[in-house]
Design a protein around this ligand. Structure first.
Ligand code: V47
Ligand code: SF4
Length: 369
């Protein structure tokens, strides 16, 4: 039915051909992905992304109950888009292990996951971070621990003279369950050089995630978009992820992170429009035909935009985060005090005509409706 409408429509024959491929569940090429970004109508992108989303996860919109802990903002790197590290922000902090354990213990059964991501502290090695994981795990043995971006893992492993595999195994043995997707930024050496020159390379990020998948540690993947990159870079980024997913199947979710321009060295770069955000969700959903979930990180884009994103391929809204994430609030994100109760998030999903599903960290459904 939809294919017939597209066949009969006035859109260009090239876009029509790509649309029919997507509807027929045929993988699109990088060039076709770029054409979608450049030429496809926003309404067509929404329609195609919605079909892919339905095929992959049905009508569910997932959320979980989690807390984000940011152990420190003292960083050996100085990424130009960062508003959060001690180089940019007026304050600097270092939480102690006891303080972080106290946070998860205090939240008790209100959360099923802790997400621990911070800056790359020069004084902390992998044994410190394994100790943090071990003590959180001891205090809350059933809590899922999603911790440390590939950037943190690279630094802590190298500092402790361990291979990535040895480092990840050590963290897994301490109780680490999965890795978040941060630090990917954009997989292009020239752009990387300009926005985060000193930190881990594309190759290191990919190698760390591939190694994690081989050790049965699932991970997420992000992209930082909407700064100085071109559509070609976004597609190349997703293409590397799609290839890695073909090899391992270890990615749970893809999370596009929109560049926010407050209080950082790239404040001169204008933020992209909300329409561009929606188009980007849609092309991501269409291109990444092998990563099950597309996550809109609502504390960054705000609740209204998150609701809209559900019509552009998004099926996951992350968590009922407490007032705990500074990465975006310092960069000017819409929601300065990000918190939604489970009930609020459910109402929000129902209003969008979809089925709320509380999930665990690997997308088993805990409750629905
Ligand atoms: O890698 C930093 C981004 C990321 C800015 O895996 C910025 O579930 C926009 O990885 N504008 C870290 N983005 C956060 C992250 C994450 C977030 C939510 C869920 C998950 C997950 C992972 O934050 C960094 C960087 O790309 N970031 N500064 C900024 N000005
Ligand atoms: Fe450090 Fe991360 Fe900020 Fe880069 S983005 S300066 S690695 S805290």
């Amino acid at each position: 039915m939809i294919s017939e409408i597209i066949q009969a429509s006035a859109i260009s024959s090239t876009i029509k051909e790509i649309a029919l491929k997507v509807l027929g569940a045929t993988r699109i090429t990088p060039d076709e992905g770029i054409l979608l970004y450049r030429e496809a109508d926003t309404s067509l992108l929404a329609l195609l992304a919605d079909q892919v989303r339905k095929r992959m996860v049905g009508d569910y919109v997932f959320y979980n109950r989690n807390v984000h802990i940011e152990p420190t903002n003292i960083c050996v790197y100085d990424c130009k888009f960062c508003s959060y590290s001690h180089h940019q922000s007026k304050e600097s902090w270092e939480l102690s292990i006891a303080e972080m354990v106290k946070t998860v213990v205090k939240l008790g059964d209100d959360i099923t996951e802790v997400h621990i991501v911070g800056a790359v502290h020069p004084g902390r090695d992998i044994y410190y971070y394994a100790d943090l994981v071990r003590r959180v795990h001891q205090a809350r043995p059933t809590l899922h621990i999603k911790a440390y971006t590939a950037i943190e893992i690279e630094y802590m492993a190298q500092r402790s003279e361990l291979s990535f595999e040895q480092g990840l195994q050590l963290l897994k043995d301490a109780g680490l369950n999965s890795l978040p997707g941060g630090g990917a930024e954009i997989f292009d050496d020239t752009i990387r050089e300009q926005i985060c020159g000193k930190k881990s390379s594309t190759e290191a990020w990919i190698e760390i995630h591939e190694t994690a998948h081989k050790l049965d540690i699932p991970t997420n993947a992000t992209i930082l978009y909407g700064h100085i990159e071109q559509f070609e870079h976004r597609i190349h980024h997703m293409d590397l992820l799609r290839q890695l997913q073909d090899r391992t199947g270890g990615f749970n979710a893809y999370i596009p992170l929109k560049f926010k321009n407050k209080n950082n060295e790239m404040s001169y770069v204008e933020e992209v429009s909300l329409i561009e955000d929606l188009r980007n969700y849609a092309v991501s959903r269409i291109y990444l035909d092998n990563i099950a979930h597309l996550k809109a990180y609502w504390p960054m884009i705000g609740k209204e935009m998150a609701a809209l994103s559900l019509a552009f391929g998004v099926d996951d809204l992350d968590g009922t985060i407490n007032d705990s994430t500074k990465i975006y609030s310092l960069a000017g994100a819409g929601d300065q005090n990000p918190s939604l109760s489970s009930d609020e998030i459910r109402q929000f999903i129902l209003k969008a005509g979809r089925t709320p599903a509380e999930r665990d960290s690997v997308y088993n459904i805990i409750s629905e409706g």
